[in-house]
Design a protein around this ligand. Sequence first.
Ligand SMILES: Nc1nc(=O)c2c([nH]1)NC[C@@H]1CN(c3ccc(C(=O)N[C@@H](CCC(=O)O)C(=O)O)cc3)C=[N+]21
Length: 296
Amino acid sequence: MTAAIIDGKAFAAGLRQRVAQHVARLREDHGLVPGLAVVLVGDDPASHVYVRNKGEQTKAAGMNSFEFRLPDDAPESALLERVAALNADPAVHGILVQLPLPKHMDAAKVIDLIDPAKDVDGFHVVNAGKLAVGADGIVPCTPLGCLMLIRDRLGPRLAGLNAVVIGRSNIVGKPMAQLLLRESCTVTVAHSKTRDLPALARSADILVAAVGVPEMVKGDWVKPGAVVIDVGMNRIPKADGSGTRLVGDVAFAEAAAVAGHITPVPGGVGPMTIACLLANTLTAACARAGLPVPAL
Ligand SMILES: Nc1nc(=O)c2c([nH]1)NC[C@@H]1CN(c3ccc(C(=O)N[C@@H](CCC(=O)O)C(=O)O)cc3)C=[N+]21
């Protein structure tokens, strides 16, 4: 069997277009323009690229993009003051503080200060709690994007399928598990202490890899026909020593020979993350204005 490749880049482009249509209607009918504020601390080159992409895609969707930069050595209080100002700003519907933060800053403390209604990353404990109890809240972008790709391939009925999520981070693994549980999958969360991970992975109809270990998931870990979602973003040196290349947590060629559907890296989950960020910003703006939240 050879897997069908899930084109996350194309799916994300479609999602961004649907967001843009809703944004245009909001502007015409209600004079409302959703606004996303991104705060970047320090000068990590990769973070700069991500933040620039976010700003460009925000504007392309017809929304306002606000960018704030703080130097690497800024005191934590400067970031907290910035977040407080954005919480109070009615033109800002979404706030994203780019992670990771410099070591002298406490990410949990910063996220805790973000108004949960503006927390478009879905990282605030209020939003994590809402997801856990099945209440409406803001869902983290990467797992939300993964779920959209899974539903695109398996249809809306995921009930009873075995899902294995490798990785237990607050940003991907845990919310991914909650979302799949909400879909009535039988969910197992695996991690570094899990025994016989290959056998467990082979039981999965839906296998999500979010560990940050390059090409860890081998072909013989995959159940024939499974849907394999690769959240990994690992930069490794090229074989010929000329620079780096991006690989996922899944050994793509091996896994694709066995899976039914598989996401590539790049061009899979990554583009969905930013598209879902725009969707979450639209959702937050509608909710703030008391307008119905569009289905995307
Ligand atoms: N508060 C916060 N929220 C985030 O959502 C957040 C963050 N901090 N810090 C950094 C990570 C990383 N991240 C990515 C988003 C898009 C791609 C993406 O679009 N990747 C493309 C291209 C990758 C490339 O070529 O470099 C792809 O996979 O095809 C990747 C990574 C969001 N993050």
